[in-house]
Design a protein around this ligand. Structure first.
Ligand code: ADP
Ligand code: MG
Length: 225
């Protein structure tokens, strides 16, 4: 489902170019759950953003479902991302001026699903994440854990084959984070979503099928097998 081949990202800095990803390669099968772990600054978020097609690679390839990002222009990539990739961030990234339901419906609107159909599916997802009673609340009226539930529902409503999550429990207290993780694992299993999850937490990593470790922009030998 995911093929990463010799991916490199280098960016200009005052002291010359810095190599953030230095030849990263791994593959992930459909419906597999992967934990990506590594110290702060090792390149985890950069890797996820390149896998999402939100930042460019300097060299190497990202293939999702066999489709190579390098062959797509910006418009094609945006369309592809909408249909194939859900993303959950540490800081929720909900749209403040939209209710929980409207936030969740957004990917379906972009996919031109009719509003009545989108609302039916959003309300199903709201129920799945335990927020049926919060449909008309705005993000500022929700707790952090509730906002992350909305973000997870939004990421999954278009049933993307791949979900990318960057420390989704990082801004939550332990108990809330555990519940959010349970929900994420349950829904991705239910939908057979391929999950690529960045985490600091070994207990979280242990719940995934496989763990990949990154250090200084390189995958640790043996950790991707
Ligand atoms: P992680 O998510 O593992 O903490 P990141 O991918 O955010 O790591 O960052 C990896 C490295 O790249 C860090 O040293 C960071 O300072 C650097 N970095 C990230 N974004 C940029 C940028 N836009 N320009 C220059 N350096 C960056
Ligand atoms: Mg990060």
């Amino acid at each position: 489902m995911i093929n990463i081949n010799n991916l490199c990202v280098s960016l200009p800095s005052k002291s010359g170019r810095v190599n953030i990803l230095r030849g990263v390669s791994f593959a992930v099968a459909a419906a597999e759950t992967i934990a990506l772990t590594g110290p702060s600054g090792s390149g985890k978020s950069t890797l996820l953003m390149v896998m999402a097609g939100l930042e460019p690679a300097t060299a190497g390839q990202v293939l999702i479902g066999g489709k190579n990002y390098a062959t797509m222009d910006e418009a094609a990539l945006t369309k592809f991302r909408g249909a194939h990739i859900g993303i959950v961030f540490q800081s929720f990234h909900l749209i403040a001026g939209m209710t929980a339901r409207e936030n969740i419906m957004l990917p379906l609107e972009l996919a031109q699903v009719s509003p009545p159909e989108a609302q039916i599916r959003a309300d199903q997802l709201l129920a799945d994440v335990g927020l049926a009673a919060r449909a008309a609340h705005y993000p500022a009226q929700l707790s952090g854990g509730e906002q992350q539930r909305v973000a997870i529902a939004r990421a999954l409503i278009a049933k993307p084959p791949v979900l990318l999550a960057d420390e989704p429990t990082g801004n939550l207290d332990q108990a809330t984070g555990d519940l959010i993780l349970d929900l994420l694992m349950k829904l991705t299993e239910q939908y057979k979503t391929t999950l690529f999850l960045i985490t600091h937490d070994s207990k979280v990593a242990a719940r995934c099928d496989r763990r990949i470790e990154i250090r200084d922009g390189m995958i640790l030998d043996g950790s991707s097998k």
